[in-house]
Design a protein around this ligand. Sequence first.
Ligand SMILES: [Zn+2]
Length: 235
Amino acid sequence: MAGFKTHISTSTVLGIGYGVVGYFALDMSPVTCMLAAGLCSVAGMLPDLDSNSGVPVRETMAFVAAGVPLLLLRRFQDLNFSVESMALAGMLIYIVLRFGVSEIFKRYTKHRGMWHSLPACAVVGLLTFLIVQGDTYEPRLYKALAVVAGFLCHLVLDEMWSVKWQGGRVELKSSFGTAIKFWSKSGWANVSTYGKLVLLIVVALLVDPHIGQHFGVDQERVQHVARDFMDSIQR
Ligand SMILES: [Zn+2]
């Protein structure tokens, strides 16, 4: 199994490359590129949040808990939050992630379960897309894909560490195939992971203006129907 240092250094190098490509080939702003590089680097640690112990895992969770409110600042601004409300919201999100979500990982995930999988990678990418705000679609997609790249880089490294050379031939460890996978043996974990993915896709299509527009969803009409439905229930 690839260790913390291998993961963080590989995803950081990948993140720097991703930032350079964004700047020179995709015309992204320098700040966007640096932020994307940082996101890719941190994302390279995310899959191991399911290994319940160790300082690196705790540090990663603390970093995510502190970083998410900062990424949400633009959203808070759009909601006309005062500076005090932003500070309060930021603290609450920190507490929920640092202690609530972290506890959920401890209790309900097992190492190399469905959190090490391709649908989990899609969940994290979509969540990032929803968290980061911007005037246009492309910088948001660019940042979300930075997280996907970091997460995937971790899964690839885990699989590479499951292959070893023994006496001049390739041997596969029992962990082979447990990182890059679409599903696991646990039916409940599969349902839970794909359930979250479907839920996020529906939320993104219905609420996010960029995704709705991109996929031709008439969000105003959907929201109108939802309002009518809620009214009919309350009556
Ligand atoms: Zn791992």
